[in-house]
Design a protein around this ligand. Structure first.
Ligand SMILES: Cc1ncc(COP(=O)(O)O)c(C=O)c1O
Length: 398
């Protein structure tokens, strides 16, 4: 069959023939995107409040990122950390400048899970201890180390022996978490400071202060997994800066390259000093294409004041939720909406209205991870569609 004339259904079947069957994909084969909109093979446009899996904070295909990677591809597509490269120097300096004070060292890798792996390894070597405290409800990735600190059993089942002892502390309970840390005396405490898959759960500042104090007491490193919260989504470059509690290491991925795969571990200066030559390494991490993307993406975040815009998107979403009596949680361009009923059918119906949203580990909580460039009109469009969906679902169940 000629590919030019294939339908959406045919494209999906073609992909399924050779792809590992591990995803339940939405039935929309995408070919294009711009800003908050994505387009499928049939030319249908969707408002993407799922934000390209939390990657498209700048909006999809930001022209500055696209221009930067095109130029970089012409000049030098790739060379590893065997060499210096001005584009890496620029990207690294930008990340360090935006990061909390005293966190001036950056290590680029390729994915969120990999950045977390490196953080856990650094803590293990620096402290000479193997155990880790993670937090109930956290998600840190699918590689063995990151996976062992991920809470949901469905991800860990079958791989439990992967890593040194991991103890889970409660989320948002300062006293109980501090007790777990003091008992375990771990190498590190890793936490997703807004639990995204957990439904965008937040904790108050006192909780993070208690983690910081307990880590200091027992000589453990505090790691913030800011794979989702980083790059300005909550109003500051890192959530650490939003809440004013500074960890020893921060990991970022998702939006960092404006859509190009890249992640970073950001280290406090004294932690960075514990890492010797040859102890960490990666072929592709810090490659030129990714570095050009990071440099351009972070320039856009600053120039277009996307952190401030993220807070405006939040305000618009809050208004819509409050008008409808819906409970919500999160911060900036990360919102969980609690519907008091399963959200799966609502998500499917919204897709029929050409709006993409996501679920979470809590079946009643819908996750929104919108680009910061979402407009007021697009937020209104979401709520208008939601009203229509809710009344249809009520009619069906009546
Ligand atoms: C908070 C958090 N940490 C880590 C990861 C893993 O990132 P990656 O899929 O890039 O390995 C994710 C992915 O969704 C995440 O949300």
């Amino acid at each position: 069959m000629k590919q030019e004339s294939m339908t959406a259904t045919e494209w999906m079947a073609f992909e399924d023939e050779t792809q590992l069957a591990t995803y339940r994909k939405w039935p929309i084969p995408l070919v294009k995107a711009s800003g908050a909109m994505v387009e499928d093979v049939d030319g249908n446009q969707y408002l993407d409040l799922y934000g390209g899996h939390c990657v498209a904070f700048l909006g999809h295909n930001h022209p500055e990122v696209v221009k930067a990677i095109k130029t970089q591809a012409d000049d030098l597509l790739f060379y590893s950390n065997a060499v210096y490269a001005p584009v890496r120097a620029r990207a690294s300096a930008r990340v360090a400048r935006l990061s909390p004070e005293g966190m001036n060292t950056v290590f680029f890798v390729n994915s969120g899970a990999e950045a977390n792996e490196v953080a856990l390894k650094v803590a293990r070597k620096a402290t000479g201890r193997a155990s880790v405290v993670a937090v109930e409800g956290d998600f840190h990735g699918r590689t063995m180390g990151s996976l062992s600190t991920t809470w949901a059993k469905k991800y860990r089942d079958g791989y439990e022996k992967a890593f040194g002892p991991v103890t889970f502390a409660p989320f948002a309970d300062a006293e109980a978490a501090a007790r777990v840390i003091r008992d375990a005396r771990p190498s590190a405490v890793i936490i997703e400071p807004i639990q995204s898959m957990g439904g965008m759960r937040t904790a108050d500042r006192a909780y993070f202060e208690a983690l910081r104090a307990a880590c200091d007491d027992v000589g453990a490193m505090l790691i913030f997994d800011e794979v989702q919260t980083g790059v300005g989504r909550t109003g500051s470059f890192s959530y650490a800066q939003t809440i004013g509690v500074i960890p020893d290491m921060i990991t970022m991925a998702k939006s960092l390259g404006g859509g190009v795969p890249v992640s970073a571990l950001i280290l406090k200066d004294d932690v960075a000093a514990t890492v010797g030559y040859g102890e960490q390494g990666t072929t592709f991490g810090g490659g030129m294409l990714a570095m050009a993307a990071v440099d351009a993406a972070l320039r856009v975040v600053e120039e277009e004041k996307l952190s401030e815009r993220a807070l405006k998107v939040w305000d618009a979403l809050v208004e819509g939720c409050e008008q409808r009596g819906l409970r919500y949680q999160g911060a900036g361009c990360l919102m969980g909406i609690d519907f008091d009923q399963p959200v799966a059918p609502i998500i499917v119906e919204l897709r029929k209205h050409h709006i993409l949203t996501g679920g979470s580990a809590n079946p009643n909580i819908m996750r929104l991870m919108p680009p910061a460039v979402v407009t007021r009109e697009q937020v209104d469009q979401f709520f208008t569609a939601l009203d229509a969906v809710m009344s249809t679902l009520e009619e069906v169940s009546a």
